[in-house]
Ligand binder design. Structure first.
Ligand code: PRP
Length: 210
């Protein structure tokens, strides 16, 4: 039997995904230690786990370096990799939105040439170019996106909102909803055919313990 490899997104999603896997009998005690090890193995079940940055999880799964991945819908939409999305885990819930100072709302109703700062250029392009037909300039940033309208880099941002406190504390508001986000299970296309039974069992186990 070959090893099946599961890629988990570092941080909160990994903790919740691991709890779910453990509840369904797929344990990995090693992963709870504070070691610098990158790969953890359950020898009995022939399953390997590793932690990766969110944006890299779809890449590992597309190439088959991981058979299964747990990653946010935001990353799946942004990375546009060739893989199967098989399960909505229902945690890691947040919304992809257009946000900005309240007065910028008016700039979204006409075809204004505004600037949009975001960590998600593909999602922003799809929203503005394809859905709204608004020719905006998209500026890619890597974090603290809320800063952009505060310092005059852009009029609005495209970002995820969870509790809304970052927006609130910076005088920003949600101007448009784009889509709901949550953690998803993704599977490599070839693995799903070759290891159908084992993968199906893992996914069913997670589903039953949601
Ligand atoms: C995310 C997101 C917002 C914030 C939203 O940033 O980009 O900034 O969380 O959460 P809230 O609605 O609960 O305030 P993250 O903390 O991942 O860091 P980043 O800004 O460096 O991307």
């Amino acid at each position: 039997m070959r090893y099946l490899t599961i890629a988990l997104t570092k941080g909160r999603l990994a903790k919740k995904a691991l709890a779910l896997l453990e509840a369904s009998g797929i344990t990995c005690d090693e992963m709870h230690t504070d070691s610098r090890k990158l790969i953890f193995v359950n020898e009995e079940l022939k399953i390997k786990f590793f932690l990766a940055k969110a944006t890299d999880v779809p890449t590992y799964v597309e190439y088959g370096a991981a058979d299964i991945g747990v990653v946010g819908k935001d990353t799946i939409l942004e990375e546009r990799k060739n893989l199967y999305e098989v399960l909505d885990l229902g945690f890691g819930k947040c919304s992809m939105v257009v946000a900005g100072p309240p007065e910028m709302g008016a700039l979204l109703t006409h075809n204004n040439a505004i600037r949009v700062a975001t960590k998600y250029p593909n999602i922003a392009k799809d929203h503005f170019y394809n859905k709204k037909n608004q020719k905006v300039e998209i500026i890619k940033l890597n974090g603290s996106i809320e800063l952009a309208p505060l310092v005059g880099l852009s009029e609005v941002i495209v970002d995820i909102v969870e509790t809304g406190s970052t927006l609130r504390e910076n005088g920003l508001v949600v101007l448009e909803q784009i889509c709901p986000i949550s953690a998803r299970v993704v599977v490599n296309r070839v693995s799903l055919k070759m290891e159908q039974e084992r993968i199906h069992r893992i996914i069913e186990g997670m589903k039953e313990n949601l």
